[in-house]
Each structure stands twice: as C-alpha cells, then as structure tokens.
Ligand binder design. Structure first.
Ligand SMILES: [Zn+2]
Length: 471
C-alpha cells in the first residue's frame, strides 16, 4: 500500500469511503434479490425503467456463473479470441490474450498455474471473495471493469482498470495472476510503480486509439477525472456499443469525441456520484479562479503565509498548478508524491516541483491531513519561515446548496493562525453536467455504478434518467 513519509495513506480516502459503502449496500441488496443471474438479466433488459425489478425478489438463486449472468452458455468459444489481425484502416491494434507466450520470467506467480484461485490461499483455508456484481461486467463480453477485489472471476478473460484510485484498483497487487489488466499508459505506469504488478500482464492502451481485444473493439477516452482516467468504449461484433465511464467529469469536449459522436451507446455504465439535483456545483475553472483570488488576497495581508492544498495521491493537481502558475510559486510535495507526479511525464508539473519545503510557500498534503491540529504541527515543523497557514480542501463534498455557484459567499473555517477553505472542486460530474451528457449520448440503457445501495436512490436516479431521455 502506498504510504506517505508523514504517515498518511496516499489514497483518495473520501472516494474509498464513498464507493465501498455504496458497493456494500448494493451487493447486500442484490443478495436479497432472487438470484443475481435473473436480476442482472432483467436489469439489462429494463432500459431506464427498473420498476419491473421490484417484484423479482426471491432468495433461491445466486449469480454463480459469469456466462450465465451475461446470458451466454458456459464455455463459450470466442471466434476471435486468439488474435484476429488488426484492421489497419482504423488503427486497430490486436492484443490477443495469449500472454502465456510472452512470459519469460518466473518472478511472478504463473498465470496458467496461479498460486491461488478465487483469492483463496494455497491451503484453501481463506474464505472465497465476494461474487463480482453484475454492473462491473460488460454485457456481451467476457470483460470486467474495476473488479479486482473479487479475485479470479469465473469466465473473465480481461480485467480493465478505469483509473488509479484505490476504490477502483482495490484487490490488485504484485501477486495478481488472474488475467491481463488493460488500462491507459499512465495508469499502467502507476500500477507497476506503486503496486508492483507484473509488467507482463499489464496492457497499456493509448487514449483515442481503437484496439481489437478478443474480437471487441476497445477505445479509451479522456475522462476528465484524474491523470490517466479513462472512459472505456466497447464495440461488440454485433455492432452493440457499451460505454463504462469509470469516474468522470462530463464536459462539453466529450461531445466532440469521434468515438461517441459516431456510435449509439446501448449500455452506459455511469458514474452517478453526484446524480442528485442538489449538486449543481460550479465549473472547475470558476473554482480555480476563486482559489487563486483567495490566495492572492491572503498573501497581500499576510506575507509569511504557507499555502497548503489537500490532494489525493492522484487527482486535484489542477488546483495547486493554478496557484503555482498565477503566483509564480514552485510546488513542494514529499518524495513519494513527487515520484508519482514525475511519472505523469507532464512538464508543467515536473518543471515546477521542488524538493525542499523551505524553498516555496506552496505545499501539497494528503487531503485527509487538512485538520487544524495537523496543520498546526506542520506549521511548527517549518520553523519561523511562515506565520500562518491558508489551506484549500478541494472536493465536491464541500459543496453547499445555499452558496451554489456564488463562490464569493464561501466562508473559511479559522482557528488561530490556520485558515481552511473547503472549495467545491470536483472531479466528478455535477448534476447538470450529467444531464447534458446523457442528453447528448442518449443511451438505450443506463446502469448507475454509485449510490445505488438503496431503492430510494435508484428510483430517484431512474426518474431523472427518464425525464432527461424524454423526447
Ligand atoms: Zn476516482
């Protein structure tokens, strides 16, 4: 696990909390439903109207087989699973999954003979992990997305990772041997560098490049979430297209992506983190301008200010970059974070990092450490160089309905010489952005992936989707 020098876990802890709790609720709820197999197939059929699902509760069946869940026979032969020649006209790249042939070293567990199957130990005494929920499986394929915590998934031939946040890669580690991992090149670097995953099973995919993987055309698209995050577009041999958003912040630019403009999406696996009409937070640019303005004003009043930006291990870079650019400051981050930031290969970050906290008044700390007592200690550790702290906590969760888009009404919390601003800088779509995206894409079916733990939430989202898709 990635840990900072100051002892804080370098994870997006809020995201972890958000998703793991939602996930648990959803799965518990699923267990009440009659066999996940029939629930999943009903769910897939039901478009945006899930009302038919409410009468399907039984307790006898369970989703035990991936192919059954996907409505396919067990042992399905994929006609193109052994390496179809790429279609060079569309820049397809064939990535056949016969990666056993590529394996030359034995430093990692064998893929053909995994050291453990289904997540159990060699002794077989560890409990079998939970079954992978249907909304992590791409319908009509043998692929899963962000489903590493379930160990080996029966019938799954390729494991996709949408981005490098712990609630999505959870379960992935250097012992992973259950199948190839497909992700963007940047995420691939992080997976190998931070989790020590066997490079031979990591398959980096370039953004906006169509690859042929087991007969399915796959394209990764920029997700406007964190570095390396991708929307994953799947085009099946029968012409059906599915889009998995991972985590994303919908933008106008996405409406110009050729892959999305030129295809009808049948199933949309949607990041519904803020799919509630109360979340109408301001555009990123407005929040960045606000942060710069506050920092500037504060510095005019207090020369010896230490500016601290809270960030996840990956994500929120734009906040400190905006301050750095506008105020001409270098960025200090500890060695672990610097290593991660340097791996992005982005000159605007690499050229502005510094190794000594005394050389710049702009520091990046884990978002979880933005507490008065922690910041007080941190300020003391800097000696007499700074007299006070101005900290920014950038997350959509700080959004307040009463303030809405009027950022100037944002009031900081202050204690002694520490001032903390919560600013609604989100890397997930606002309610309005979700609506615009759905109305642009007009998918046949939407499968929400977040906040689906209760029937109330699901019904609420369903009514939004129906309204948005009404002609
Ligand atoms: Zn994320």
């Amino acid at each position: 696990m990635v840990t900072t020098a100051d002892g804080a876990r370098m994870e997006d802890e809020e995201e972890l909390l958000r998703l793991t709790s939602a996930d648990k609720e959803w799965e518990n709820d699923e267990e009440l439903l009659i066999g996940l197999e029939s629930f999943a197939s009903d769910f897939y059929r039901s478009g945006t109207d899930w009302s038919c699902l409410n009468t399907k509760r039984q307790r006898t069946l369970r989703q035990t087989n991936l192919f059954q869940c996907w409505g396919q026979g067990r042992g399905l032969n994929h006609p193109q699973s052994t390496g179809t020649a790429p279609n060079t006209a569309t820049r397809n790249k064939s990535l056949n999954t016969d990666f056993a042939a590529e394996k030359t070293k034995r430093h990692y567990p064998s893929i053909e003979n995994p050291t453990h199957r289904g997540g159990g130990s060699l002794s077989g005494q560890q409990p079998h992990p939970r079954a992978c929920p249907f909304y992590k499986k791409i319908h009509g394929t043998t692929f899963t997305v962000d489903a590493f915590r379930y160990g080996q998934i029966n019938g799954c031939s390729a494991y996709f990772l949408s981005h490098f946040h712990a609630d999505h890669y959870g379960g992935l580690n250097k012992a992973w041997s259950h199948g190839p991992i497909y992700c963007t090149a940047l995420t691939a670097r992080l997976v190998m560098m931070c989790l020590y995953v066997n490079p031979l099973i990591v398959r980096p995919l370039e953004i906006e490049t169509e690859y042929l993987i087991e007969g399915i055309k796959v394209t990764m698209l920029e997700a406007n979430h964190c570095p390396g995050a991708a929307l994953i577009h799947f085009r099946l041999p029968d012409g059906q297209c599915h889009l998995h958003t991972g985590d994303f912040r919908a933008s106008k630019q996405m409406q110009t992506y050729p892959t999305l403009v030129n295809s009808k999406v049948n199933m949309l696996y949607l990041d519904t983190t803020y799919c509630d009409q109360k979340y109408r937070f301001p555009p990123k640019e407005d929040v960045l301008n606000f942060v710069v303005r506050i920092a500037n004003n504060h510095l005019e009043r207090h020369l010896k200010t230490l500016i601290i930006v809270g960030a996840y291990s990956i994500g929120k870079e734009c906040v400190y970059l905006a301050i750095s650019k506008a105020l001409g400051m270098k960025i200090y981050a500890n060695s672990l974070r610097r290593r991660i930031l340097l791996s992005f290969g982005w000159p605007e970050i690499s050229d502005n990092l510094c190794m000594d906290g005394k050389e710049t008044p702009l520091h990046v700390l884990p978002i979880s450490s933005l507490k008065f007592e922690v910041l007080e200690r941190y300020l003391k550790s800097c000696g007499s160089k700074y007299s006070n702290v101005l900290a920014f906590r950038p997350t959509g969760w700080t959004y307040s309905e009463t303030i809405g888009n009027q950022l100037d009404l944002t009031r900081p919390r202050s204690k002694g010489n520490i001032t903390i601003y919560g600013v609604p800088y989100s890397e997930h779509s606002s309610f309005t952005e979700l609506q615009e995206f759905i109305q642009f894409l007009r998918p046949t079916k939407i499968i929400p992936t977040v906040n689906v733990g209760t029937a109330i939430n699901r019904d609420k989202m369903q009514s939004y989707f129906q309204k948005w898709l009404k002609r």
